[in-house]
Design a protein around this ligand. Sequence first.
Ligand SMILES: C[S@@+](CC[C@H](N)C(=O)[O-])C[C@H]1O[C@@H](n2cnc3c(N)ncnc32)[C@H](O)[C@@H]1O
Length: 197
Amino acid sequence: MKRGLFSSIAPLYGCFFQFQLRMYRKFLLLPSLERVVGSRAKVLDVGFGTGALMQALLEQGHDVAGVDYSTGMLRVARKKLKTGGALLFHEDVREGLSFETDSFDVVFAAYVVHGLSSYARRVALEEMARVARKAVILFEHSDSPGLMVNAVEWLEGNHFATFKKERAALLASIFDWCETIPFSKRSVVYVCQQDIL
Ligand SMILES: C[S@@+](CC[C@H](N)C(=O)[O-])C[C@H]1O[C@@H](n2cnc3c(N)ncnc32)[C@H](O)[C@@H]1O
């Protein structure tokens, strides 16, 4: 989806903030996540949207920063985030992240990487891996996300189809190890790490 389109849908997207917040609170309680993220971690949320995942991370006491390339999403996230303290950056991950290597313990991206072209997806994941000290955690559609999501993804250029096809080889080429955790019928979590020995 184009950056401008994300900005136009941002106010509507914001209506689902509480629903998403409940989902992300549950997501952060997955045992694998609790183990990898730990307490009071320094975390980055890439493509934070209206900020629901950042809010859930703030509630857990983490030190939170996020990047998003849509000014509309940035505006809504500023209004929605209650706990305060999250640092919001206007950046396009396809152009590289402005942070130093290993700046964060964990980097999250929720419903972002499937929507990028194959080339941009690799750039984005390599950048996330570079700035993450411990893990990159992706929250994504499952392979059967339902008719509605399939239709929207198809209309957007069907990067989701290449994501499904290329995902395993791509993740294996960047990370040493990835755990796939089914979260619900419609969503799945990838916990990816380097040098875990
Ligand atoms: C489907 S929304 C998901 C938002 C949020 N992570 C969530 O879970 O609701 C995708 C988000 O990623 C952002 N995004 C997409 N491509 C991006 C890029 N190349 N760089 C930074 N942000 C991007 C969009 O602006 C949008 O806010």
